[in-house]
Design a binder for this molecule. Structure first.
Ligand SMILES: [Zn+2]
Length: 283
């Protein structure tokens, strides 16, 4: 098992908060699925500090014998067979045997063709709440944008101490990508209902700002947003032109700054929604 470097710590932090996403791209991964095992252990571990690596669930995962971890691979063929994809689809609707989740690991996403990915997209989106998916890929770019936008990317090669947006900020960016005012308003209402402190909201908005700023740099020709969530940055830089991206960055900065003053978080979130509405209308 690898030592606790950047991404392992991130997995632990997400697990501690109960925030492990149900669909993950492990980018920069080799095809031996060993890193995916660690993530599976974090999802199925029954102890407080996940993955503890010594409870029964962790030991089964690491031994490759946990019944709720399904490795979907076919090393003898370039692409996964239709039969295998069909069985994944059926299996996803059968409840886990003993764990809280049923996890499907794709050790080499290069073997997933477009048709396979579209099948998976439907299960990732609409599958049962216990189903989880881990896509290992040399680069997240091997997966369709539609799949990428529904996954959280964990980059195994992210340098130590690199900026990783907090999950709420990444989720906010993903909603902005939908360009759907209703979805954004729902997201903002759910943030408001959590009664965040102003400082917490500010830190979410500043992370989202930074992701969008990286996307703009990418659009302007910076080769790789190595300091942040790569798949998300690429997605944003493709979707918005420079003018809109600039306006979005300005809006996030302004809303983040507003949190410095004695205003309610509801007020700031309202300003974000109104600003976004305005931005979309300007086209
Ligand atoms: Zn454990």
């Amino acid at each position: 098992m690898a030592e606790e470097n950047g991404w392992l710590r991130r997995v632990r932090a997400l697990a501690r908060r109960g925030d492990l996403p149900h669909a993950v791209i492990l980018s920069g991964a080799g095809s031996d699925a060993s890193q995916a095992q660690y993530l599976c252990a974090a999802m199925l571990c029954t102890e407080q500090d996940k993955p503890c690596l010594h409870c029964a669930a962790c030991r089964k995962v690491l031994g490759g014998i946990h019944p709720d971890v399904c490795i979907a691979d076919d090393p003898d063929h370039k692409e996964l067979s239709m039969d295998l994809m069909r069985s994944v689809r059926q299996d996803a609707y059968i409840r886990p045997n003993e764990g809280a989740r049923k996890i499907f690991v794709f050790p080499d996403s290069a073997r997933l063709n477009e048709r396979d990915q579209n099948v998976l997209l439907k299960i990732v989106e609409e599958g049962p709440p216990y189903a989880a998916f881990i896509f290992c890929a040399v680069s997240a770019a091997l997966l369709l944008p539609t799949v990428r936008s529904r996954c959280v990317e964990i980059n195994l090669r992210l340098p130590e101490g690199a900026f990783v947006p907090q999950e709420d900020a990444a989720a906010l960016c993903r909603v902005l990508l939908k360009e759907d005012a209703v979805a954004l308003s729902e997201r903002l209402v759910s943030l408001e209902n959590r009664r965040l402190k102003r400082e917490e909201l500010q830190s979410i908005l500043r992370d989202a700002w930074r992701v969008c700023a990286e996307a703009l740099l990418l659009r302007c020709g910076k080769p790789d947003p190595a300091q942040t969530s790569q798949a998300l940055c690429h997605e944003i830089s493709r979707q918005f032109d420079r003018v809109r991206l600039n306006r979005l960055i300005e809006l996030l900065r302004r809303c983040g700054d507003e949190c410095d003053y004695n205003v309610g978080t509801g007020h700031v979130l309202g300003a974000l929604l109104a600003g976004w509405d305005d931005l979309c209308r300007k086209g």
